[in-house]
Design a protein around this ligand. Structure first.
Ligand code: SF4
Length: 373
């Protein structure tokens, strides 16, 4: 479920999220609740209660409390309160004790905090609205409200960031006693404030060697702290791997609600309109707000399947590949697998194949080999 509002746009962000549209929130939430009740219900009748629900953004907690309550009430009305994993993305600076109580009462049992760093100077440089202390405070308040499944996002390769900064952020995240950490290397995306700064030569990024040292530090240190890697960017204490993410990587159907949300149902992919006004008006008028995405060719579908599975620690399962495409993994990727195995990037066995630590690090090289078309 997508909430496309943010207090301000972070300088690196190219997600479909908008700042300064607070006056659109009420109508948006009304439309979203309507969609939950109609499409959510028809999903429920066909496939039953979903195993996981994820409210992401944007910044879901940028919504006023009464609007968040409305969404949670609509979810409860359609799906009940027994959702195995129900996550809401939160940003420090938008939440307080009462907000967490509302989330708990609404059945939410997992929180994902966009923290990125605990250093105030870095947070300012990337356009975040909160300080490191506010991030710590937010996580502690969530724990006091009873949340025992909490994830924190951290970024590396930020402008002006040093290895020492990153080490301090990892230590701080761990000291909070959270269960899950996601790591993201900064990518300068087209159309962002950072892209413009880079063009002007004003983005003081770490060198490639420095960014690599940060990556190496995180991927070594997090397992030492008990967070095992289960996907390229995700590390969790045992039993706290995100079930929602897992379903996505393993080709399980999903229903996406809200503007810019994607759905994957009965083998077909749909994308909702990104524009908030078009979404709200469309839902209100009972019009179609989804577009069917082009059916991928068989080769493209195989590539996509391989890319998603390779992101995970389990990798590509021979059986899952056979079940989906009625072809053996070896028939399609036998040579590629042998080659990548030879380079130490891939482990191949009877169950299938998966990236080695080296493979995760040089993932782009490995992924490129899986392109068929
Ligand atoms: S809070 Fe998240 S979605 Fe919003 S602008 Fe920042 S990175 Fe993008």
């Amino acid at each position: 479920m997508h909430i496309p509002f943010c207090r301000q746009k972070c300088f690196y962000c190219d997600f479909p999220s908008f700042a300064g549209k607070e006056n659109r929130m009420e109508a948006y939430v009304e439309a979203l609740c309507q969609q939950v009740k109609i499409q959510g219900l028809s999903y429920q009748q066909k496939w039953g209660i979903p195993a996981t629900i994820y409210i992401g953004g944007g910044t879901p907690t940028a919504l006023p409390q009464k609007l968040m309550k409305k969404i949670l009430a609509a979810v409860t009305e359609v799906f009940g309160t027994e959702i195995g994993e129900f996550t809401v993305e939160c940003n420090p600076g938008t939440v307080d004790e009462n907000y967490f109580k509302i989330l708990r009462a609404g059945g939410v049992n997992r929180l994902s905090f966009g923290v990125q760093s605990f250093q105030d100077a870095l947070l300012k440089k990337i356009g975040r609205i909160h300080s490191g202390a506010e991030a710590c405070e937010a996580v502690k308040l969530a724990q006091q409200a009873g949340f025992v499944n909490i994830s924190v996002d951290l970024m590396y390769g930020l402008p002006g960031q040093s290895l020492t900064d990153l080490q301090a952020s990892v230590a701080q995240a761990d000291a909070l006693g959270i269960q899950h950490i996601s790591i993201y290397g900064l990518q300068v995306e087209e159309g962002t404030a950072f892209a413009r700064m880079e063009e002007m030569g004003k983005l003081n990024l770490p060198t490639e060697d420095e960014a690599e040292a940060m990556y190496d530090y995180m991927t070594n240190r997090l397992p030492q702290l008990g967070y095992q890697r289960y996907e390229v960017s995700n590390f969790a204490k045992a039993g706290f791997e995100s079930r929602h993410n897992r379903s996505y990587w393993h080709d399980v159907p999903y229903l996406g609600l809200g503007a810019a949300a994607h759905s994957y149902l009965e083998g077909k992919r749909y994308a909702a309109v990104t524009d908030i006004e078009a979404y709200t008006a469309g839902i209100k008028a009972g019009q179609e707000i989804w577009e069917l995405e082009e059916e991928p060719s068989l080769e493209h579908a195989m590539e996509e399947f391989a890319f998603l599975a390779l992101r995970t620690a389990e990798g590509i399962s021979r059986k899952a590949f056979r079940d989906k495409f009625q072809q053996e993994l070896d028939e399609v990727y036998g040579t590629v697998m042998a080659d990548l195995k030879g380079q130490g990037l891939l482990l191949v066995d009877q169950a299938g194949c998966r990236l080695t630590e080296k493979g995760f690090k040089y993932g782009n090289l490995a992924f490129a080999e899986f392109i068929l078309s």
